[in-house]
Ligand binder design. Structure first.
Ligand SMILES: NC(=O)c1ccc[n+]([C@@H]2O[C@H](COP(=O)([O-])OP(=O)(O)OC[C@H]3O[C@@H](n4cnc5c(N)ncnc54)[C@H](O)[C@@H]3O)[C@@H](O)[C@H]2O)c1
Length: 219
């Protein structure tokens, strides 16, 4: 695939730096970036990526409309109004939005849904651990798992050191428990999912997609 010219919102953040590093390795070109210290622009991006904060959403949408660029949103912690805004925006511009861009997380969700269907009278609990700097609680991923399970499930959150992200779904019957865990060992796994999403969305028309659509398309 040809070199892709991309823009990045939240470019100075932990995920922003990880994305720049992986996109560089793959010879894609950063042509627009935006963070609290301002913007820098050299060319119109073919794809715009946002890993920042929910408060930045209005600005992100403004830029995506200005550039007419497909948008990838990894930011977590949006409220219901903002989530609706993203859906409505995808009627004009293609959007990939996911609270977790790792491949393994999709496997955890599929496995958890399967177990829920088999273990009908077992208790289910979700737990998540993240680094001390994480702003939202519970994590967007834990909410995504809960939504996939489609029932009321308690979520426990721990904020510890520099853990990149760990999510477990535990099932309990009378006499036994079963836990499945996904650990992100570094932020690179999320950046790799973003790169896959970039390749997926660059030539799409309008529409709302998730990382599941990206991975399903690859199979
Ligand atoms: N979807 C995923 O797979 C995934 C994975 C990891 C993190 N995240 C989410 O991505 C987001 C960023 O995570 P991070 O770890 O890089 O955080 P971070 O705090 O390191 O980076 C956020 C960046 O946004 C910038 N920013 C904040 N307010 C701004 C404003 N008003 N205008 C412009 N820029 C602003 C900050 O300066 C910072 O550079 C968080 O919401 C996090 O939960 C998602």
């Amino acid at each position: 695939m040809n070199k892709i010219k991309y823009g990045l919102i939240g470019a100075s953040g932990k995920m922003g730096k990880e994305i720049i590093s992986l996109m560089n390795e793959n010879e894609n070109e950063l042509v627009f970036k935006y963070d609290i210290d301002g913007e820098s622009f050299s060319e119109k991006p073919e794809v715009l990526i946002d890993f920042s904060l929910p408060a930045v959403l209005g600005k992100t949408i403004e830029y995506a409309l200005k550039f007419k660029s497909p948008l990838i949103i990894g930011t977590t912690g949006f409220n219901e109004v903002q989530l609706k805004q993203i859906r409505e925006f995808s009627e004009k511009i293609p959007v990939v939005q996911s609270y977790n861009f790792s491949v393994g997380m999709q496997m955890l969700i599929q496995s958890a849904v399967l177990l829920k269907e088999k273990l009908t009278d077992w208790d289910i609990e979700i737990s998540e651990i993240h680094h001390r700097f994480k702003k939202d609680k519970p994590s967007g991923t834990a909410i995504m798992i809960k939504n996939a399970l489609g029932r009321e499930v308690n979520i426990s959150s721990l904020r510890l050191g520099n853990v990149a992200g760990e999510h477990s779904v535990s099932f309990g019957g009378l006499g036994e428990t079963l836990t499945i865990t996904h650990s992100a060992l570094s932020r690179r796994t999320f950046a790799e999912g973003v790169l896959r999403a970039v390749k997926f969305i660059v030539d799409k028309e309008k529409g709302f997609y998730t990382i599941k659509d990206v991975l399903d398309k690859e199979q």
